[in-house]
Write a protein that binds this ligand. Sequence first.
Ligand code: ADP
Ligand code: ZN
Length: 595
Amino acid sequence: MSPDSPTTILRSIFGFPRFRGLQEEAVRHVAGGGDALVLMPTGGGKSLCYQVPALCRPGTAIVVSPLIALMDDQVAALRQLGVKAGALHSECDPADARKTLAALAEGRLDLLYVSPERLLGGLIDRLDPAAIALFAIDEAHCVSQWGHDFRPEYRALACLATRFPGVPRIALTATADRRTRADILASLAMPAARAFVASFHRPNLFLAARPKQRPREQLAALLSRHQGASGIVYCGSRARTEQVASRLGADGVQAVVFHAGLARAEKRDALRRFRAGEAVVVVATIAFGMGIDRPDVRFVVHLDMPDSPEAYYQQIGRAGRDGEDAEALLLYGIEDIARARHFLARSQAPESQIPALRARLETMIGLAETGGCRTQALLACFDERLDDPCGHCDNCLAPRPALDATVAAQQLLSAVYRTGQRFGLRHVVAVLRGEASEAVRRHGHDRLALFAIGRERSAEFWHGVGRAMIVEGALVIGEGYGTLALDAGAARPYLRGERAVRIHAAPAPAARLGQGPAGVRSGGDDTLFQRLRAWRKRTADAQNLPPYLIFHDATLQDIAALRPDSLADLAQIRGVGAAKLQRYGTELLAALAAG
Ligand code: ADP
Ligand code: ZN
């Protein structure tokens, strides 16, 4: 094996014992000069697919990326590994940019990250084809106008094909359906590229969904299982992020707000706090995400339902990029369904796209409601079949039997009708359960024949029936106050008991608030692990870097469990490459010996 073989580079520089999945094939293909399209889920390990070939091949690798935060992060991470990396984008300090350009001209850079504007706006004319190792085009879905993140400058990257005919190109993305995939290859003029398409199954993600009943308590229960860890809480509106964050703050949780309404400096500060903190919860709208590659996000909670499986997958994908267990909890309720449907009705999207948007929304609702394996259901949305149930989602761990609710649906629809179609689901359920609340008595609903007809069923059961009728369109939610009305046509077969209704039982009380994986895995010695984390935090702060760039949790856990007592033993631990061994090895051994 030559000293610069991909495996040697992986071990000596990155400190990883082996490639993951399709990485090795993709790396060998590109290192050998071939073009490639790499499709891997977030956290799948795309970066190594171009970083390793960049180091195998002579010359500088040019990495095109649309995200400044991500570029800076990658450069900082590579420098920690002793790799010569730089970035050129609109926010670079001019003196740094000059140094980077000089290093490039003198052939002293292994990797250069650039924005597409910067590359095409002049830099490209300075590149000597003979001195370029490869071009990597990250977030390649930006090239496609079908994609959700179209960047017109990306299309102009096609010129690389003719201007640098001998230089291999590798396009990478985490989101691309078949059509987008074809579009990427055509738009970048890469007809001969080999596609490396990984499974979108993320076995370390624990998926769960619950009806939104007491969201504050449901969130608190999850946070208590993840003490000391960082995570993301997604909300449907800016106002809600502020409200949730201030409540969390009052409960002693370190919460940071992020949404598109923040000023640039506030956003940057929020990002900085998220990256530097050990136990930070970001409460965010969907504006938060692109460019976040903190690997040790342990949970993602949705307090409001996303409007498509694609959005959901992308958001939960931000958890567990380091491959360790992570939890994704979705809380959903009828107000989510109502909001999304009203939004769609008023959508500015072209007429031709509305049916597709509606189908995605309905699929998302189905995903939330399903009593089957959630991982299977989610992968099916991306044309991927998982043969066996995953065994680690909430429904696999605590199966919920299907209950016949045909008669209950009839009763619930009648109750909506008898109460005048002017009340919300909560009120209707109170009537059915025989709860003589003040409002129920004031409207005389305690004198209806239906009053208390369903008292032996739980409120959760009735809410489930109500959601099922809303999903089927038999009940329509009014805008504003969430009042329910019948859709006569859709409701008729249910009112007559002609169409069977089945719902899934509510989760057992023990499972109700989710029993995902424990927060921070305690590998071996927990106090030692905590001491190593404290050492890492000091070391990171001294260099003004996020802690995960020094070592990942998994690496510290292995160190705490194995207690290496020589540099040679320390070098065997995954995540400890040559540069980090040299830089931190002695200090780490001293910290271990002191315990
Ligand atoms: P992506 O860009 O696909 O979202 P990354 O390239 O950021 O994923 O990789 C995700 C995480 O997995 C990173 O923390 C990276 O260090 C780690 N990783 C990638 N490949 C390997 C490997 N072969 N062995 C161990 N860890 C890996
Ligand atoms: Zn499952």
